[in-house]
Design a protein around this ligand. Structure first.
Ligand code: UGA
Length: 436
C-alpha cells in the first residue's frame, strides 16, 4: 500500500516508520528541509527508544522515504495520514490551522481516489469539516474520503505502543474506507475497533481525559492524605488490587504535563462549552492539576523566609522520564517561580537539558541565575534546597546519605515520591513529598 504521512512529530514519524516496518511504501512529508535531510540519514529529530534503529532499517529496505515535496508524496497515495500538531489556542480550544493547511495541499494535489486519515487529536466533528474542505478545494476529478484513526502512543514508549497497541480505533463513514484501513492495519495483527467517525474522535479525548482525571483524583486524595495522616503510596497500592480500578496511572505527584493531557482536557472542556454543556469533572481535573504543579513550591515558600541567593538543586526537567520533551512540564512553572524569587538554580536532566536551555538560558535570569550540571550530585553540592520534578532512574538512585552529605542544608521537596520518608528522616534529611 502506498502511504503518505503529513507531519513528522511523535505521531506522524512513529506511524510512518511503523507502517514502513510492515512493508507499506511510506513517504513522510515535512516542511523543514534540514529536518528531512537528517531523517533521510536515519537520525530521529526526537528521542524515542528504538525509533532510529527502525528508521535506518527501513530507509535501507527502501520502504521509508522523507521529503518536503508534498505534491510528489500525495498525488498517487492510497492513503494519506495527517499527524500534524493541534496545539492549544489561548482560549483552550484546539488550533486546527496545520490540519487546514495540509487538507488544502491534499485537495490541490491528489490525482487518484484516496483515503485521508486524521491521526492528530481533533475535536469531535473536525473530520466532517476536513472532508468538506478537501472536497471544496479538489482540483482533479477524484474521490477523497476522510477517516479518523486516533493515536494512543505515549512518549518514551512510542514505537512499542504502536507495534503492540491495545487496540486500533478506526472511525469511518463508508464500507470502502473501513476496508482500506483494516487492510493497512492487517499486518500489525492487533484488535481493531471500527466505529463511526465522530465516535472515534470522541474515544481519543475520552481516554486521555479519563487518565488525566485518574491522576488528578489521586493528587487530590494525596493532598487529603497529608491532612489526615494517611500515605498515598499505600492507598494507591490498596486500590490497585481492584481490577475495576487497575494498577496504572495511580501515581500521585507534581501534576501531569506533556503535549497531550493538559491540551486535551482543556480542549474537551472548551468543546463541551461550545455545545452549551459544562463538563464539570474535566474542569475540576484541570483546576486540580494547575494547583498541584506549584504545590511543592508553595510549601517551600512557607518554610523559607526568602529564596534570594539560595542554591536550589532542580533534579529532572522533562514532563516525565524517558523523553526529552518539556512541553507543559511542571518544572517550567516551578523554575519561573524560583528564578523570580531570586534563587540560583542548578538543574540536571539526562535528556531535557538542550530543550530547557532554549527556555531558560544559562546566566542571570529574572532575579536569580540559571546553571546546568551534567550529573545530579553536582547540583546537590552545597545546595540549600532541592526539588525533584522527574522520575529518572539516575535521580531515584541518589541515597538519603548522599543528599545529607552533599547539600549545605539537606532539605528535599520531591514531586515524584522517589524516596522512602523513613530512610530520609533517619539520614537526617528534611523531606517533603506528595501525600505522605
Ligand atoms: C498520553 C497518553 O498516555 C497516551 O495514551 C496518548 O496517546 C498521548 O497522551 C497522546 O495523546 O498523544 P504522554 O503524554 O506521552 O501520553 O504521557 P503519559 O505517560 O500518559 O504521562 C502524562 C503525564 O501524566 C506525565 O506528566 C506523567 O508524569 C503524568 N502521570 C502519569 C502521573 O502524574 N501519574 C501517573 O500515574 C501517570
Amino acid at each position: 500500500m502506498k502511504i503518505a504521512v503529513a507531519g513528522t512529530g511523535y505521531v506522524g514519524l512513529v506511524a510512518g516508520v511503523c507502517f514502513a516496518e510492515m512493508d507499506h511504501d511510506v513517504t513522510c512529508v515535512d516542511v523543514d528541509e534540514k529536518k528531512v535531510e537528517v531523517m533521510r540519514q536515519g537520525i530521529s529529530p526526537i528521542y524515542e527508544e528504538g525509533l532510529e534503529e527502525l528508521m535506518q532499517k527501513n530507509n535501507a529496505k527502501g520502504t521509508l522515504h522523507f521529503t518536503t515535496d508534498y505534491k510528489e508524496a500525495y498525488k498517487d497515495a492510497d492513503a494519506i495520514f495527517i499527524g500534524v500538531g493541534t496545539p492549544e489556542m489561548p482560549d483552550g480550544s484546539a488550533n486546527l490551522s496545520y490540519i487546514a493547511t495540509v487538507s488544502r495541499q491534499i485537495a490541490e494535489t491528489v490525482e487518484k481516489d484516496c483515503l485521508v486519515v486524521v491521526k492528530s487529536t481533533v475535536p469531535v466533528g473536525t473530520n466532517d469539516k476536513v472532508e468538506q474542505f478537501i472536497k471544496d478545494f479538489l482540483v482533479h476529478d477524484v474521490k477523497v474520503e476522510v477517516a479518523s484513526n486516533p493515536e494512543f502512543l505515549a512518549q518514551g514508549t512510542a514505537v512499542y505502543d504502536t507495534l503492540h497497541a491495545a487496540r486500533i480505533i478506526i472511525g469511518t463513514e463508508s464500507r470502502e474506507a473501513e476496508a482500506l484501513l483494516k487492510k493497512i492495519y492487517e499486518p500489525f495483527n492487533l484488535p481493531i475497533v471500527s466505529v463511526k467517525r465522530r465516535s472515534a474522535e470522541m474515544i481519543k479525548y475520552a481516554c486521555n481525559d479519563f487518565l488525566a482525571l485518574k491522576i488528578s483524583y489521586m493528587n487530590d486524595i494525596a493532598n487529603l492524605c497529608e491532612l489526615v495522616g494517611a500515605d498515598i503510596t499505600d492507598v494507591a497500592k490498596g486500590m490497585s488490587y481492584d481490577e475495576r480500578i487497575g494498577a496504572r496511572f495511580l501515581n500521585a505527584g507534581i501534576g501531569f504535563g506533556g503535549s497531550c493531557f493538559p491540551k486535551d482536557t482543556k480542549a474537551l472542556k472548551h468543546l463541551a462549552r461550545e455545545y452549551g454543556y459544562q463538563l464539570k469533572t474535566v474542569e475540576a481535573c484541570v483546576d486540580v492539576n494547575s494547583a498541584q504543579k506549584v504545590r511543592l513550591f508553595e510549601k517551600a515558600k512557607e518554610r523559607m523566609i526568602s529564596f534570594s541567593g539560595l542554591k536550589a538543586a532542580v533534579l529532572g526537567l522533562t514532563f516525565k522520564a524517558g523523553t526529552d520533551d518539556l512541553r507543559e512540564a511542571p518544572s517550567i512553572d516551578n523554575l519561573k517561580l524560583l528564578l523570580a524569587a531570586g534563587a540560583d538554580v542548578y538543574a540536571y536532566d539526562p535528556k531535557g537539558e538542550e530543550r530547557a536551555r532554549q527556555l531558560f538560558p544559562e546566566g542571570k535570569l529574572e532575579q536569580g541565575t540559571m546553571s546546568y550540571v551534567s550529573d545530579p550530585y553536582k547540583a546537590l553540592e552545597g545546595a540549600n534546597i532541592c526539588f525533584v520534578f522527574t522520575e529518572w532512574g539516575e535521580i531515584k538512585a541518589i541515597t538519603p546519605e548522599q543528599f545529607k552529605s552533599r547539600m549545605h542544608t539537606p532539605l528535599v521537596y520531591d514531586g515524584r515520591n522517589l524516596y522512602d520518608p523513613k530512610q530520609m528522616k533517619e539520614a537526617g534529611v528534611e523531606y517533603y513529598s506528595i501525600g505522605r
